[in-house]
Design a protein around this ligand. Structure first.
Ligand SMILES: C[S@@+](CC[C@H](N)C(=O)[O-])C[C@H]1O[C@@H](n2cnc3c(N)ncnc32)[C@H](O)[C@@H]1O
Length: 196
C-alpha cells in the first residue's frame, strides 16, 4: 500500500501515527546515521515503519517492528507485505518488553512510539543491544503538559508521570556519560538520543 493510503487508514481507524514531517525526519536521521539495523517499538499499521523502510533500503539494511495489538499488526502486515516478502521488514506481534530474546543485537536506530508509561523500561531493555553511535528517537516526550502541569488532564496524569520519569532517566544517562540527548519541541515533542 502507498504511504498516503496508510496515513488515510490511520485517520479512519483513529491510529495516532506520526505526521508526514516526523516520518521524513525519522527517515533522514536513520539515513544520515547509516543505520542498517532499525527497530520500531509500536508500529501500529505501519505508517512510520514505511519511512524507516525507505531508510533501510537506502542503507542496505532492515527493519524489525514490534506491535502488540493483533488487529494493528495485521493491518501493518497487509500494508507492507511486499517488504516482508523481500526480507526488509520483520513484524513481531508482541509486547517488546516480553520478548527479550527476539530483540535484535547491535541496533543502529531505535524508534520508540509505544505506551508512554513504558518508555523508560523499553530503553532500559534495549540499551545493551544498541551499538555505540546508535540513535534512539522517542516520540511525544512533551505530551499533554509534561512541561506545564497546568495543561495535564486528569486522564493523562499517569502518562505524563511516565514521560517525566523517562526524561529524568535520559538526563541521568547523559550525566553518567552513556548518551547525548537532543530535545526537539516540535508537535508533541521528540528526543534524539545518541548512544556514546
Ligand atoms: C502511537 S501508536 C504507533 C504509531 C506508529 N509508530 C506510527 O507512527 O505509524 C502506538 C502503538 O504502540 C503499540 N504498543 C504500545 N506499547 C507496546 C509495546 N510495549 N510493545 C509493542 N507494541 C506496543 C500500541 O498497540 C499502538 O499500536
Amino acid at each position: 500500500m502507498k504511504i498516503n493510503e496508510i496515513k488515510e487508514e490511520s485517520l479512519r481507524e483513529s491510529i495516532p501515527s506520526v505526521s508526514a514531517s516526523t516520518g521524513i525526519f525519522l527517515e533522514m536521521l536513520a539515513v544520515l546515521n547509516g543505520a542498517r539495523n532499525i527497530v520500531e517499538v509500536g508500529c501500529a499499521n505501519g505508517y512510520a515503519t514505511s519511512y524507516l523502510i525507505k531508510a533501510a533500503i537506502k542503507n542496505n539494511g532492515r527493519v524489525t517492528a514490534f506491535e502488540k495489538d493483533a488487529p494493528r499488526r495485521k493491518m501493518a502486515e497487509n500494508n507492507l507485505s511486499g517488504h516482508i516478502k523481500s526480507g526488509i521488514l520483520t513484524l513481531i506481534e508482541a509486547d517488546a518488553l516480553e520478548v527479550a530474546d527476539r530483540i535484535p543485537q547491535n541496533i543502529d536506530f531505535l524508534f520508540i512510539d509505544a505506551m508512554k508509561r513504558q518508555y523508560r523500561a523499553i530503553l532500559e531493555t534495549f540499551l545493551p543491544r544498541l551499538r555505540n553511535g546508535a540513535i534512539v528517537f522517542s516520540d511525544d516526550i512533551y505530551f499533554q503538559g509534561v512541561l506545564d502541569p497546568s495543561k495535564t488532564l486528569d486522564r493523562h496524569k499517569s502518562i505524563v508521570k511516565g514521560l517525566r520519569e523517562y526524561l529524568v532517566y535520559l538526563d541521568e544517562l547523559e550525566k553518567n556519560g552513556t548518551v547525548k540527548n537532543y530535545f526537539y519541541d516540535y508537535e508533541d515533542g521528540m528526543a534524539a538520543t545518541i548512544i556514546l
